[in-house]
Design a protein around this ligand. Structure first.
Ligand SMILES: [Zn+2]
Length: 125
């Protein structure tokens, strides 16, 4: 696991670094993972930790990969008041990387909508 900012820069692509380490957001509908409907586990693009099961992925039509649940203990939450909004930020519990946000308008069974940057994810089939 990288320990310094310099090491993260070497490990990640520019886009991954901007999102995971600088809390950036990828453009809507830019991720190939939005339409991914295969079986697998979505992992952190930064550290490889398992974050989401493909079974919890759903089509939200928001422009970002969306899930109704995360794997137990895989993510952490932080209150985010940037951009004049009050949101709940979702971070990788292992490396602290920024993944996206979670909203309360998701489908059953959780009612949650994890809105996640595809660039912050890899998929293992
Ligand atoms: Zn991570």
């Amino acid at each position: 696991m990288p320990e310094s900012d310099e090491e993260w820069r070497e490990l990640l692509t520019d886009e991954e670094y901007r999102i995971l380490r600088e809390k950036g957001t990828e453009p809507r509908f830019s991720s190939e993972l939005i339409d991914y409907d295969g079986e697998g586990t979505f992992t952190c693009a930064g550290c490889g930790a398992e974050l989401f099961d493909s079974g919890t992925k759903f089509g939200s039509n928001t422009g970002w990969p969306s899930f109704y649940d995360a794997k137990e203990g895989a993510v952490e939450f932080e209150r985010d008041t940037s951009h004049g909004m009050v949101r709940t930020e979702v971070l990788c519990a292992t490396c602290g990387g920024h993944l996206g946000h979670v909203f309360e308008d998701g489908p059953d069974p959780t009612g949650k909508r994890f809105c996640i940057n595809g660039a912050a994810l890899d998929v293992e089939e």
